[in-house]
Design a protein around this ligand. Structure first.
Ligand code: GLU
Length: 224
């Protein structure tokens, strides 16, 4: 039962850090084993960070995202893979992107065999990134295909650059979002989000694209 959260800028500026800390602290209720982030700066540079331990053990870690135009974050409740081995923690790589995942890939072992995948970690979530790299097509098509191969409820956020894109996938597990003047915030739990919280549509895959560092058309297919 991990928690995930995210941010996409609508004005090219970074997130409200106080808001982000609050969201991370609330999301921690779903997992205290590890904490991780991936983000893209206004300059287009991609960064990732993860560590064992609860989000609130060092909320200052979020300050690195001060100038981020898109962020994905993870509070881990480990089901597969020791969180003390940091490779098992999220975000997990997906080619040139990063993924954070909430759920258990129940057919993880079967998928590794079927597609002859070579995992580098003991975490079931890694398989989603490995599957995405197996497929041609748009990001949305690859994300939908990879999620479709897996069994079990999930919520997933992914981050790519050039252009900056935030991938939002939900099947069964909770995922909410809220608008602010500066951007969209996402979280597994509505508690830390600003008022007017909406559920991401269940059984949906969306790719939000930021042009010049901001989301120009947040008229989202993610509304339930
Ligand atoms: N199965 C993933 C892990 O062990 C996600 C855990 C969860 O969402 O509960 O990290």
């Amino acid at each position: 039962m991990c928690g995930i959260f995210g941010f996409a800028s609508t004005d090219g500026r970074g997130p409200d850090l106080a808001r982000l800390r609050w969201i991370a602290a609330e999301t921690e209720a779903r997992g205290r084993h590890a904490f991780g982030l991936a983000w893209v700066d206004a300059s287009g540079a991609m960064h990732a960070f993860k560590r064992p331990g609860a989000a609130t053990a060092a909320l200052g870690d979020l300050d690195a995202c001060r100038h981020a135009v898109a962020i994905i974050g993870h509070c881990r409740w480990a089901t597969h893979g020791d969180p003390q081995d940091n490779r098992n923690n999220h975000p997990h790589p997906a080619g040139r992107g990063w993924l954070v995942h909430n759920g258990v890939v129940r057919n993880y072992a079967a998928l590794l065999r079927r597609y002859r995948l070579r995992p580098r970690t003991d975490c079931d979530s890694e398989v989603l990134g490995l599957l995405m790299m197996r497929r041609a097509g748009t990001l949305a098509q690859r994300a939908a295909w990879a999620a479709g191969q897996t069994e079990g409820p999930l919520a997933l956020l992914g981050l790519w650059r050039n252009p900056v894109r935030l991938v939002v996938v939900r099947r069964g597990n909770p995922l909410w979002f809220a608008h602010t003047p500066g951007g969209l915030y996402f979280a597994s739990l509505p508690a830390g989000l600003p008022s007017q919280v909406f559920p991401v549509a269940d059984d949906s895959v969306s790719v939000l694209r930021l042009d010049d560092g901001s989301l120009r058309h947040p008229d989202l297919p993610i509304l339930a």
